[in-house]
Design a protein around this ligand. Structure first.
Ligand code: GLN
Length: 408
């Protein structure tokens, strides 16, 4: 089952793990925060730990308090009343939820279309379950010095040509990791039309939905006409409440998708982390009243500005993200000495792996090489980019920005 070379290779997150880098290296690599979740959320976690029943198995669908909170929070954004019994499933992080969808729906040889670059977990999650990834490129803008994520364009003829009689599903990821692209309504309508025409399922990974900048509209493809019945929408407490290690995520969709996925997740993990589900519920219950997501977004907008300003000062080409907390920097001009002592874990990997390692060791800022988000055949496109995460406090980002000036 695990024949795919890429799926078996060491994952980028453990190669560029803070543990492998000098302790004073500023970590803008794997996307997690260096600040705590809000205290009113961690207090809810503490209180759940002190409640006997919250320390035990939850229903495999998820704790009812969280399912109700998801229903109240997401219902209006999806334009419908969500049935907590059949249309919501709490999972052990968004990743396990998506994996469970593949377990439930993929037959050997089924094709899954994903836009490339794609979040790296999709590939093994599809191939481990007998599926075949099919890649449709987001085309970077080669001429602008500071393209925005929206300049990474979809060729809809390419998308149409990628569909075959074996196509089962399209993965949409908006806001997109690693590009930061916020798919426009027009783009989503075109994707939806293709999904309808060829009767495809859509997995819409929207874990960065609370991070959409510049008053751009976050459109949920599930809300487009006819799409609810074929779409599963993916969300994450980790991204929403700065708690990526909690592994609490959720899926929202019609009973025809949630039902089989529940059967899969029940056999994989049985249920997700109980006490932290209570805390995530408190987060969603209180977020609106506290104006939490608006405040958090403003903080992230400032972080994005600090990092992008540093790239601006450097005069290097980067993509301004309209969503998520990642910036792609074009590193194709960074000189890397051939005789640099690179670790064996980089053998056979793209130039960007060496560039990111070199930058981490010599400049003291870590990032993630973007060829990891491309299939083996298309690696060379990703080799031009390093992904920097700005889910860090301002002081850290300012210090990283200073260090990065040494790339000049
Ligand atoms: N979503 C995180 C990122 O892109 C990483 C998740 C993971 O480590 N698998 O940085």
């Amino acid at each position: 089952r695990l024949k795919d070379g890429r799926a078996l290779a060491q994952d980028v997150w453990s190669i560029f793990n803070a543990a492998n880098l000098p302790s004073d290296c500023i970590n803008l690599g794997q996307g997690y925060m260096n600040f705590a979740p809000p205290t009113w959320v961690t207090e809810a976690a503490e209180s759940a730990l002190n409640t006997v029943v919250a320390n035990h198995y939850s229903h495999p669908k998820g704790r009812i308090r969280l399912r109700e909170a998801i229903s109240k929070f997401y219902g209006p954004t999806l334009g419908r009343t969500l049935d907590t019994e059949n249309e919501i499933l709490v999972t052990s992080g968004a990743n396990e939820g998506q994996y469970s969808v593949f377990v439930a729906f993929l037959e050997q040889g089924d094709e899954v279309i994903m836009f490339e670059p794609y979040f790296d977990q999709y590939l093994p999650s599809v191939t481990f379950n007998g599926g075949k990834p099919v890649y449709v490129p987001l085309h970077p803008n080669k001429t602008k010095l500071h393209p925005t994520s929206n300049d990474w364009a979809i060729d809809f003829e390419e998308l149409r040509r990628a569909v075959t009689p074996r196509t089962k599903m399209i993965i949409v990821n908006t806001p997109h990791n690693p590009v930061g692209k916020v798919f426009t309504r027009d783009e989503l309508e075109k994707i939806a039309a293709i999904a309808e025409e060829f009767n495809l399922l859509v997995m819409s990974d929207e874990v960065y939905d609370c991070l959409v900048f510049d008053n751009k509209e976050h459109v949920r493809i599930a809300t487009l006409p006819g799409m609810w019945d074929r779409t599963v929408t993916v969300g994450s407490a980790g991204k929403a409440f700065a708690a990526t290690g909690w592994r609490v995520g959720w899926l929202i969709g019609p009973p025809s998708i949630i039902g089989p996925t529940l059967a899969a997740t029940t056999r994989i993990v049985f249920c997700s982390n109980s006490p932290l589900q209570e805390a995530a519920a408190a987060g969603l219950e209180q977020a609106t009243e506290r104006g939490f997501f608006e405040k958090q977004l403003a903080e992230y907008a400032e972080r994005r500005e600090v990092l992008c300003n540093a790239f601006e000062r450097l005069g290097m080409k980067y993509t301004l993200p309209e969503g998520s907390y990642f910036v792609l920097l074009d590193i194709s001009e960074v000189d890397i000495p051939d005789d640099y002592p690179f670790p064996a874990s980089l053998d056979g990997r793209g130039r960007d792996f060496r560039a990111c390692w070199f930058i981490a060791m010599e400049v003291g800022v870590s990032s993630i090489p973007v060829s990891e988000f491309y299939c083996e055949e298309h690696c060379s496109i990703g080799e031009s980019f390093a992904r920097f995460a700005f889910c860090k406090d301002l002081e850290t980002l300012k210090a990283a920005g200073e260090r990065l000036q040494n790339l000049k």
